[in-house]
Design a protein around this ligand. Structure first.
Ligand code: HEM
Ligand code: HEM
Length: 227
């Protein structure tokens, strides 16, 4: 067992990952509000959607070049790990993990995929009155009605379910397992054994992250203006 004297604050979530998370929350909240109100707010709905797409592209790239604990290879939810973790969890033997635990990792992947599908279906959606995504004119009318149905019914409901699960898990860990996941997502650090690898989070890596995001924003601009 590691004595508490061997623990020190280790950077787990680098600033770009934390800023990504904060901006994602803001934009997704904005999307649900503007989507439900509609009307004049739809132009903001589109802008928030493009913003989310640039963030998702960024997060995929950061999953390869980001800080140690933000890399996919360090939290890939292999089925054996997930099942072993669930088994330990049920029996109360699970141990706190440094980055995402295997179940958390699985939900992160589901959320990223659900968000991507929501954005791409939005690009092809058409409310048949005034608002049509920029790709609606590029695909067949069957695709448009399928995408619109997915976007407004299936996708948004699936996202709400995943978000309820996400928030529920964070609260469950805090109040029932006494494991605070939120503070590290806000401040970046966790108390860990001193030999734990830290995520790189230097001024250079942060500047690199800004460059990556700008590249992603440009890619979104090109995709949106494809037509
Ligand atoms: C629209 C709402 C939200 C979305 C789309 C969302 C999405 C995500 C994603 C994608 C991650 C993975 C971060 C990464 O590796 O890049 C994450 C992690 C996390 N989120 Fe959220 N989130 C939302 C709201 C919230 C809120 C409101 C809280 C606070 C109560 C929260 C707390 C956390 C925490 C603590 C983690 C880290 C979990 C861990 O340690 O494994 N999230 N979230
Ligand atoms: C994560 C991203 C997104 C989320 C969570 C989201 C969510 C929503 C919601 C909740 C609605 C209202 C559904 C209803 O009327 O019951 C909606 C409608 C709509 N969204 Fe999105 N949206 C996203 C991205 C986008 C994008 C990128 C576009 C297009 C560029 C878009 C285009 C539309 C259109 C055209 C409608 C109206 C569809 C209709 O009323 O038939 N959305 N969205």
């Amino acid at each position: 067992m590691t004595s508490s004297t061997n623990l020190r604050l280790i950077r787990v979530w680098d600033l770009p990952t934390r800023v990504f998370h904060a901006l994602l929350i803001t934009a997704v909240a904005g999307l649900f509000i503007t989507g439900e109100i509609g009307d004049d707010l739809m132009k903001f709905h589109f802008w928030f959607g493009y913003g989310v797409l640039s963030l998702l592209f960024f997060r995929v790239i950061w999953g390869f070049w980001g800080g140690h604990w933000s890399r996919f290879v360090n939290f890939f939810p292999a089925p054996t790990h997930v099942l072993a973790y669930i088994n330990d969890f049920i029996h109360g033997n699970h141990k706190p993990t440094v980055g995402h635990n295997p179940m958390g990792a699985l939900s992160v992947f589901f959320m990223l995929v659900a968000l991507l599908m929501q954005v791409f279906s939005g690009l092809m959606s058409d409310d048949e009155i005034t608002n049509a995504g920029p790709w609606a004119s590029l695909v067949s009318s069957d695709w448009v009605s399928f995408a619109t149905n997915y976007h407004t019914e299936i996708g948004s409901t699936a996202l709400i379910a995943l978000l309820v699960l996400h928030l529920g898990s964070v609260l469950y860990y805090k109040y029932f397992k006494h494991e605070d996941l939120l503070t590290p997502m806000l401040k970046g650090d966790k108390h860990l054994p001193s030999d734990t690898p830290a995520s790189r989070d230097s001024p250079t890596s942060r500047l690199f992250a800004v460059g990556v995001w700008l590249g992603c924003a440009y890619a979104v601009f090109r995709l949106v203006n494809w037509a």
